[in-house]
Ligand binder design. Structure first.
Ligand code: AMP
Length: 142
């Protein structure tokens, strides 16, 4: 497996070199909205540590990412009036990974509504800003 590339796009977001629609942050984790959501509220949860994917992340960083994913999933259920949550996490190109900094997809789902295909449509920035504010506000209450 190749090593961690510090020039990947999520590393740049973590360093503040590129913007994101942040929903949550603690000392080990950053979470922000996917710019090409597969459903409204599609959130990405990342370790701050430089891990390429599940195959090289330290167990305590993985635990922090999964803990935050659970917290965000619970908040997203009410904010997005969801009926369920899909969790996805891809490893290496063969596993469907496109950006090589580990991230967990938290995707709110409505009964009977299919997810959009991956990376099919960019959401409007004002829509993402509004959703991020609502989800971040709900996360301060959990
Ligand atoms: P994957 O590596 O297959 O899990 O896919 C990477 C995900 O990152 C896709 O869902 C993209 O829509 C998303 N993505 C790519 N660039 C950005 C960005 N700058 N901000 C937020 N999400 C992004």
């Amino acid at each position: 497996m190749p090593g961690y590339d510090p020039q990947n796009i999520f590393a740049k977001i973590l360093r503040g070199e590129l913007p994101c629609h942040k929903v949550y942050e603690n000392d080990k984790v950053l979470a922000f909205l996917d710019i090409m959501p597969r459903a409204p509220g599609h959130t990405l949860v990342l370790p701050k540590a430089p891990a390429r994917n599940l195959l090289d992340i330290a167990p305590d960083d993985l635990a922090a990412v999964m803990h935050a994913s659970q917290t965000i999933a619970k908040a997203a259920m009410s904010v997005f009036h969801a009926d369920g949550i899909t969790i996805q996490q891809f490893n290496e190109g063969a596993g469907g990974q496109v950006v090589f900094h580990l991230h967990v997809h938290v995707i709110p789902r409505k009964a009977g509504v299919a997810m959009k295909p991956p990376a099919s449509e960019k959401e409007r920035p004002d829509v993402l800003s509004d959703q991020a504010l609502k989800l971040a506000a709900a996360l301060t209450r959990v």
